[in-house]
Ligand binder design. Structure first.
Ligand code: HEC
Ligand code: HEC
Ligand code: HEC
Length: 491
């Protein structure tokens, strides 16, 4: 609506200032048309920057139809329909309601859970919110149906109004207004990382109340079963030793030879969002990441991508491996990691783990999924496979969640870690089960749920949450100065 009004005013002013003739009128209409188109294009691009589609996509790929379960430590939260449907989407909303939902987590349906990254979007500029709203309202096909699944959280977290207290603690960002210019600049990169790309929603660890820990900004965090690695500028634990063009290629395509591939949430962020951004914007992100204060993970001495195979396979061993392959394929109960590797992995990643020459099937050494400080991404990519479609190129590794038992996934992971990756790590069947269920709920949350369950009334649990919130806030206020200092300087 606001856009129409703006255009109206625009046309009127032209009409008044112009000579009373037809020519200026036609020119005004044409310019209003292109203004509107430019706004739509801008809105479509912002939806990519902010990656709205990755979460709000329908089960059959329908844009913004909703229905996808978004992992959160509280449980799975279903992303709603945000098409312009009047009944099931945002068709009946005005821009103010939309802005309040995406920047402050308060929708006409009540408080939102932070599975929707409104704590990041709080910084979205008014111009960007306006363009995004105009685009979603006018250029997206309305889907007149609600998602077939609903959010079902255990008590007391099903009480949406509890989120009001949480927002008071953690959702206090302010919109910025000057970040849109200077393509490729560090300031623009920071806007794309902190606000639009909500990178810290995955890459920053959370405190006991699930707020992002500012002192460990982008320092690496568990998300579902996955680990979103440290992407600070540290040369050992972060991306400090990556060349700019390598980081650029990773963000644009999801794969960099000899370093990393993107699966899980990162593959989605690249497929639906980052791969659609301009080269300038991606380089802005790269430049900004290089300015993020370094955080070193305790005990880490070499970068995750710097690991090489423990011993080269001899010709005899390779031959033996090949002859065992047939047996391994038919033995589906084996707990021998090497056998499973030969049967399930070597056809693509090769017996020596080096992958194919073109790295379409990547090397399992010099790979952050095997050489890092946690085996999570190795285990999760075995369980879920790898899927990415970028620019028409499809990358696909099959998933083994149904074929291999937890113990088998553990066995093959340990074999890969021992031979190609961080040999100090090991995985048990219980770990695999935990990663598979995406269980990273903080102990405290588990406690509250038990408390809520036992007492049968929300009062006790809610009072507990409130007390903790108060303590947390006091602690935060004390640490505020320190935390601010470790945040990157305003560029
Ligand atoms: C990481 C996943 C994720 C991303 C990215 C995301 N959303 Fe959401 N969004 C959700 C989830 C989950 C909910 C539901 C939260 C709840 O039920 O409390 C939601 C809720 C909403 C709502 C409230 C709808 C209603 O009916 O109450 C709106 C509007 C919305 N999102 C718009 C957007 C827009 C616009 C973007 C991009 C700028 C976006 N979302 C990006 C996950 C996401
Ligand atoms: C939905 C969660 C999520 C979001 C949002 C996200 N990431 Fe990631 N990111 C991950 C995960 C998980 C991995 C590990 C992927 C793997 O190994 O397959 C990862 C990997 C990476 C890596 C490779 C690091 C390494 O050591 O291998 C970089 C770089 C990166 N992300 C940058 C970003 C940037 C920049 C943004 C914001 C524009 C971002 N990510 C947003 C989850 C996320
Ligand atoms: C059909 C071929 C194929 C098979 C079989 C296969 N992979 Fe993969 N693997 C791939 C492809 C393709 C990729 C992703 C390449 C890319 O992203 O560019 C990949 C990526 C990976 C990664 C990196 C994932 C990440 O998130 O960084 C690991 C680790 C991995 N595979 C391990 C295994 C293991 C272990 C097995 C056996 C249990 C296996 N693969 C079986 C094709 C395969």
């Amino acid at each position: 609506m606001r856009s129409l009004r703006l255009i109206g005013v625009n046309a009127l002013s032209r009409l008044i200032s112009g000579v009373v003739a037809c020519a200026p009128l036609i020119a005004a209409a044409a310019s209003a048309g292109t203004d509107h188109q430019a706004l739509m294009a801008r809105g479509a691009y912002i939806a990519r920057e902010a990656d709205c589609e990755a979460c709000h996509i329908g089960p059959d790929g329908t844009p913004y139809a909703g229905g996808k379960a978004i992992h959160s430590p509280l449980g799975a939260i279903i992303a709603p329909n945000i098409t312009p449907s009047k009944t099931f989407g945002i068709g009946g909303w005005d821009e103010a309601a939309f802005a309040k939902a995406i920047r402050h987590g308060v929708s006409p349906h009540g408080h939102l859970y932070p599975a929707m990254p409104y704590t990041s979007y709080a910084g979205m500029s008014d111009q960007d919110v306006h363009a995004l709203f105009t685009y979603l309202k006018n250029n997206v096909t309305a889907i007149d149906a609600a998602p077939t699944v609903e959010t079902r959280l255990p008590f007391p977290f099903n009480v949406r109004s509890l989120m009001a207290g949480w927002n008071w603690l953690f959702a206090r960002g302010r919109p910025v207004d000057d970040a849109r210019d200077q393509p490729g600049s560090v300031a623009r990169g920071r806007y794309l990382v902190d606000v639009m790309g909500h990178c810290s929603a995955c890459h920053s660890p959370r405190n006991s109340l699930l707020g992002e820990d500012k002192r460990r900004y982008l320092g690496g965090a568990v998300v579902g079963g996955w680990y979103a690695p440290n992407i600070t500028s540290d040369e050992i634990s972060g991306i400090g030793a990556w060349r700019d063009d390598e980081l650029f290629t990773f963000l644009k395509t999801g794969a960099v030879h000899g370093k990393a591939q993107a699966s899980g949430g990162m593959a989605e962020a690249i497929e639906h969002g980052l791969s659609h951004l301009s080269d300038d914007d991606l380089y802005g992100i790269v430049r900004y990441l290089k300015t993020v204060p370094p955080l070193r993970d305790a005990g880490q001495r070499e970068p995750a991508f710097a690991r090489h195979p423990r011993q080269e396979l001899t010709f005899e061993a390779l031959h033996l491996g090949a002859s065992r392959a047939a047996g391994a394929l038919s033995d589906n109960s084996s707990l021998n990691g090497e056998q499973i590797f030969i049967g399930a992995c070597a056809s693509c990643h090769q017996l020596n783990g080096a992958g194919t020459r073109d790295q379409f099937y990547p090397s399992l050494f010099a790979n952050t999924a095997t050489g890092g400080i946690t085996p999570r991404n190795l285990v999760m990519s075995i369980l879920t496979g790898v899927h990415r479609e970028v620019d028409g190129h499809i990358v696909s590794m099959p998933h083994f969640a149904d074929e291999l038992s937890d113990a088998q996934v553990a066995a093959v992971s340990n074999y890969v870690l021992q031979r190609f990756g961080n040999a100090a790590l090991s995985v048990s069947a219980a770990d695999v089960d935990k990663f598979r269920r995406g269980d990273d709920r903080p102990l405290l949350m588990t406690m509250f749920m038990r408390l809520g369950g036992i007492s049968g009334s929300g009062g006790l649990a809610a009072a507990g949450v409130a007390a903790l919130a108060w303590l947390e806030r006091r602690a935060r206020q004390r640490k505020f100065a320190e935390a601010e200092m470790s945040l990157p300087p305003d560029a």
